[in-house]
Design a protein around this ligand. Structure first.
Ligand code: FES
Length: 347
């Protein structure tokens, strides 16, 4: 449902030196809309300098918990995330779209499984929701988490995870890797580099792992998927989601004077996105353009280029065949030619 609900921030918590989390207050009458499966995200909408800006943030609370909470980490050049970290506070109004996303695990009380999570940076957010939900709901299941960060100070949920590891021992095992600094309880090294060794040390039988979850930057996703796949693990048992790192800066070659001709709901409209993405440019021009996550993961903003050229700065969902046919994600794409004709009504 592409509808924003006017809600409030119940409270704001510091999660690391560069991240906060906010709990969202949902009135009883709207709670059915905000039931979530662990691993899903919420799209938040607010005004930044008079601009309508929306971004998706993963839910970090478990389905066993009473609150609905998302984590927001600062990103270099991140319009929404930096604004949120600087200004969001308890009681503030915020517009929120109901949960979406397919990087999920549904807990089941009778399940007995071993899940391995490989997460770095803010990629921990959906994983921590899944971890808490599964361990609380499935007394026979266990979870091994490989968690990479630059330093303990920059690690989201470090205190909470430490407590969870104690509370759920021996079903929860957490292995921290720090690329810049380690404490007594962490391995030194970037997770994508040290993962093969850690996997060999801490997971005895990879074939006995029921589900692999990889969430973090591109290099981690690619290398961890390769390592796990090379051990004979079937690809349907590996789920991955790219996370973090996208700035909001127009790529080199963006034509800031471009005119976009957009066909949407049978109507034609023209606007100049300047150095904004096509989706942000449309919203800025007052077009009721439907988009959700804003980070290239949901494909709600998929459109087709009919004339001209656009550059996609991000994409985790469009397959190569669709890109070859001219499809782009408008939330991550910039106009590269003086004239860009796009059709939003194609399937
Ligand atoms: S709005 Fe989700 S991919 Fe563009």
């Amino acid at each position: 449902m592409l509808r924003f609900f006017p809600l409030r921030i119940a409270n704001r918590r510091i999660e690391s030196s560069s991240a906060i989390s906010i709990a969202i207050e949902v009135p009883t009458r709207w709670r059915p809309h905000f039931k979530f499966t662990p691993g899903q995200y919420l799209t938040l909408r607010t005004q930044v300098d008079g601009r309508d800006v929306r971004r998706a943030y993963s839910i970090c609370s478990g389905s066993n918990e009473s609150e609905l909470r998302v984590a927001i980490k600062r990103v270099e050049g991140g319009l929404f995330s930096n604004h949120a970290c600087d200004t969001f506070e308890s009681g503030q109004a915020i517009e929120v779209m109901p949960p979406h996303g397919d990087f999920v695990i549904s807990p089941g009380s009778g399940a007995e499984r071993h899940i391995v999570g490989v997460a770095a940076g803010s990629g921990i957010t959906p994983v921590v929701s899944i971890l808490k939900s599964v361990l609380a709901s499935e007394p026979l299941s266990r979870f091994t988490l490989f968690y990479g960060n630059r330093s303990p100070e920059e690690s989201l949920f470090l205190g909470e995870l430490t407590e969870l590891a104690k509370g759920f021992a021996p079903r929860l095992k957490i292995i921290n890797a720090y690329s810049r600094k380690s404490d007594n309880d962490g391995v030194i090294g970037r997770l994508d580099k040290v993962f093969p060794h850690l996997l060999h040390t801490f997971v005895n039988d990879v074939q006995a792992v029921d589900r692999w979850l990889i969430c973090g930057p591109e290099n981690l996703m690619v290398s961890a998927t390769e390592v796990i796949g090379s051990l004979g693990v079937a690809s349907h048992r590996i789920a991955s989601e790219r996370f973090g790192g996208r700035g909001e800066v127009a790529p080199e070659g963006t034509n800031c004077d471009a005119i976009v001709h957009m066909r949407l709901f049978g109507q034609s409209t023209e606007f100049s996105p300047g150095n904004l993405t096509i989706a942000d440019g449309a919203i800025e021009a007052g077009v009721n353009f439907p988009y959700s996550c804003g980070i290239g993961v949901c494909a709600i903003c998929k459109v087709r280029v009919e004339e001209g050229r656009a550059a996609m700065a991000d994409n985790t969902i469009l397959p190569a065949e669709e890109i070859a046919k001219g499809y782009i994600l408008a939330c991550c794409s910039y106009a590269m030619t003086p004239k860009l004709v796009i059709d939003c009504d194609v399937e």
